[in-house]
Design a protein around this ligand. Sequence first.
Ligand code: ZN
Length: 450
Amino acid sequence: NASVLMTMDHDRRELHDAGLFARDGWIEQVGSSSELPPTADEVLDLRDHILLPGLINTHHHLYQTLTRAVPAAQDAGLFAWLKTLYPIWARMRPEDIRVSTIVGLAELALSGCTTSSDHLYIFPDGCRLDDAIESAQRVGLRFHASRGSMSLGESQGGLPPDSVVEQPQAILDDTQRLIETYHDARPGSMLRLVVAPCSPFSVTPDLMRESAALARAGGVHLHTHLAETMDEDAFCRETFGHRPLAYAEELGWSGPDVWFAHGVHIDASEVARMARAGIGVAHCPASNMRLASGIAPVRRYRAAGVNVGLGVDGSASNDSSHLLAEARLAMLLSRVGMAVAPAIDDRPEMLTARQALEMATLGGAAVLGRTDIGSLEAGRCADFVAIDLNRLPYAGGLHDPVAALIFCSPATVDLNYVHGRPVVRDGRLVTVDLPPVIEAHNRAARRLVD
Ligand code: ZN
């Protein structure tokens, strides 16, 4: 009985008084309520709700929920911000990774996300990617775990202190172990591995090249930060003699198995190269505003056929993991871009609410290399979220409930199902008891920052 069902199918159909029927985690039927089977093991009555595909988050550093609003890092650009935070992150322990992953994923689940990637690239004191994976399994979201890395310390001309970088062989060995242990390539997979050296200024070219080879041998995706700030652009020109994209391409980082976080400082000819190669982008509007990084040319990417998903980015630069809010910011920031930087993003039309939602669903699925999620149609995973339209933020906006989700103040969801299993019901996370987690998280955050 959903008032509106946003399918995100090929024709972007929006159905009224509609629903879906799923079995064992897979959607079998989508249509008007009267056409659905008369009963089921579990029936959800979504009268007065909007039902949409679960949102997909394509860039995050979940551990950074521990360092939100750190006073010394509140008003700094990327490089100064990182230099303030590296020593704090270097004090993390495995239990900090576990608790922060739950907090970040809980926020994502409550804001409509059913699939998230994570990029963990700092491993002090016995921390492992396994810690994040175990927590993600507890929360119940579909998870793309990126084995990040840093190998270029300060003494070698990199940005991070030497104490937080790893030896290249140890990085590659651990990445191989993780792929063999966890990566599930099958349709409906709840867990995939990604190879993700951190950024041009924290990783050696050799490790970038070897990471690409390892990922391709294992059939997994490649992810890194690229073209985020002008500082990084200058670093790449001075150190490698190239702009960031040309540097990445030279190292084999080009193809439909590659997606970059940010892609802010990318010109028209580079957009065309990315489109030809099938490279995807995780657009992170809040982080780009927070760190004064710039405005990504999203409308130009879309016009050229580059896959663009949304990323909330780490919670030290957002400082929130609210994915619906991120879609709203994507729409609004693109319009600021039209006014202040028309030469950078020179498409005449405004990014619409529906396009923002499309980036948060289908766009994210394409960026992560998945055809089994991102829309509500037969044969796709039963990953869906629903919101009660009688909530306060939407009052007066129900002429167009789909647009209201993006234009109006972002709410949390009432329902979130991943592969047919409930993660949020009645607006509450059902998989983890949050109050003790929040208490432990605040204790850990205090210990790190004090
Ligand atoms: Zn990031």
